[in-house]
Design a protein around this ligand. Structure first.
Ligand code: ADP
Ligand code: MG
Length: 257
């Protein structure tokens, strides 16, 4: 039970998805507060990516609900996401980054950020869109945050793997979503890039709610306030990283894999 119905950005309640009888997510209840940076960890096959698929509307829930409260009052309150289409959920302010970067390799960093700017949110916007000062300011602000300000004119295919990951985070940031979801954002990154990403996501969480799925425990320890451990589609523990690392059930689940 919650003291208020609107202090969370996401209220996931009794969420289940069944694939041919197999429950990849099984009666999951999870609240994420406004402005929180939450990390979900868990062994392979735990259902982590499926949780993001359900929130983003890529997969339909078998039962349960996902209610969403954006920051801006005008967008409505307690929006039920399980009844919405993928593009409607994006438009409502939920941005997602997949495990493999999906940037436009032949375009420059600047162009990748520019095409991600939400000009198409209204029909009028798409017709009258111009490189306004507002757009330029936002692109520069984001490029600075993702450590690519010196590379705005470089072709995206020339970036390192880590820089491509940052660019994709930047493509989400220019859309100013209320909730940003990232699936294993430091996979394949160097130690230095992982540290920079931790710093970047800490910054991002000052202005957005953030939901991260991650395997790398050192990275999780650097960024997370609260960690949720998922196993076989269910939450087995929630707490600080220290509490989780000292928990015998969690240790068993990880050693068993
Ligand atoms: P994680 O991201 O924690 O490694 P996933 O969410 O990708 O785990 O997968 C959880 C389980 O659900 C796996 O056993 C996977 O094979 C299964 N699964 C995920 N998506 C589907 C689907 N669309 N159809 C059938 N099974 C699926
Ligand atoms: Mg996954």
């Amino acid at each position: 039970m919650r003291s208020s119905d609107t202090d969370y950005v996401l209220a996931i309640e009794n969420l289940t998805v069944s694939f041919d009888g197999f429950k990849a997510v099984d009666d999951l209840t999870l609240y994420i507060d406004q402005g929180e940076l939450r990390v979900i960890i868990g062994p392979n096959g735990a259902g982590k990516t499926t949780v993001l698929d359900l929130i983003s509307g890529k997969t339909s829930a078998t039962s349960g609900s996902i209610r969403y409260n954006p920051y801006a009052q005008k967008k409505g309150r307690n929006i039920e996401l399980t009844e919405m289409r993928e593009h409607e959920i994006v438009r409502a302010g939920i941005g997602r980054k997949f495990q493999t970067p999906s940037i436009y390799e032949s375009l420059t960093v600047f162009e990748n950020l520019e095409i991600s700017y939400p000009r198409g949110r209204t029909v009028l916007g798409s017709l009258t869109f111009q490189r306004s000062e507002e757009v330029m300011d936002r692109i520069h602000e984001v490029a600075e945050a993702i450590f690519l300000i010196e590379m705005l004119d470089s072709q995206a295919e020339l970036l390192s793997h880590g820089q491509k990951q940052w660019l994709e985070i930047g493509m989400l940031l220019v859309q100013s979503p209320d909730l940003i979801m990232l699936d294993e954002p430091v996979a394949g990154m160097s130690a230095k890039e992982r540290d920079a990403t931790a710093e970047l996501l800490r910054e991002v969480s000052k202005e957005h709610s953030v939901l991260i799925i991650e395997h790398d425990m050192d990275f999780v320890a650097k960024i997370a306030d609260q960690v949720t451990v998922l196993h076989l589609g269910q939450i087995i523990m929630e707490g600080t990283m220290e509490e989780i690392q000292n928990d015998s059930v969690v240790q068993e689940v990880y050693l068993g894999h």
